[in-house]
Design a protein around this ligand. Sequence first.
Ligand code: SF4
Length: 225
Amino acid sequence: MSSLVAASDLARAAYCPRQLYYARRDDDRAPPPAVREVRSLAFEYPDLLDAPGDELAARPISVSASAYRENLARLRERDDWGALTDPVARDVFLAGKDCRGIAHKLVRSPGDDQPPVPSLVSPGEPPERGVWEPQRVRAVALAKALAWERETSIPRALVEYPAVGVVRTVRLTTGNKAAYRRALRIARDLDFVPSRLRNSAKCESCAYRERCGVKTWSLASLLGR
Ligand code: SF4
C-alpha cells in the first residue's frame, strides 16, 4: 500500500514537479479549513438552489448569488442531478494498482446498472471549458483506482466546482490517460529538487512561491527580464 502514489501528488506533479517536492518534504497534505467549507457546498446543491441571497452571501461562493442559482439551475438539467445530490458514498478511500486517494463522492451512473463514478470536489473555479490538467490527472487516478477495486471499467470521473456550481466530466481518453501516466512517472521518480518553472503564470498562485524564490511572471515582466 505504501508504494501507491497519492492521487493528490499526481495533481501536484502535473502542476509543477517542484511544488510536489516541497509538499512531500514538508508533509504538507491536509486541506485548509477554507477548502473543507467550499467542499461542503457540493453536498447541499438542492438547498442552495432555493437559498435567499443573504444566505448565499454568507457561504464561500465565488460568483454572485444570481449567477450561482443560474449555474445550479443548469446543473439540475443534467441526467445525473439526482445522483450528484444523493451520492452512493462520500469521502471514500480508493486504492488501485498504482495510486490511492479520496473520492469525495461516488455518484451513480444514470439510468442503468453501471458502477458508480468517482467525483473530485475542487475548492477552486473551473477553466472556461473542461477541467484543469492537475484535476484531470487526479480524476483519472480515482477512476483507475475504483476500476481496480471493482474489477471493471470506469470510463469517466467527475470534477465538481461547488464554489461556482459547475460540474464537469473527465473521460478516460487517450490524452487524459497519457497525462496521468506522465504525472505518475514524475511522482515516482522524484528523488531530486526539480527546476523551477520559467515565466509561468502557475507560480502566481503557488503557495510555495516565496520559499521557491521564483520571480512571479508579472514581476519578471515589469522588470523586463
Ligand atoms: S513557485 Fe512556481 S516553480 Fe516554484 S514550486 Fe510553485 S509553481 Fe513550481
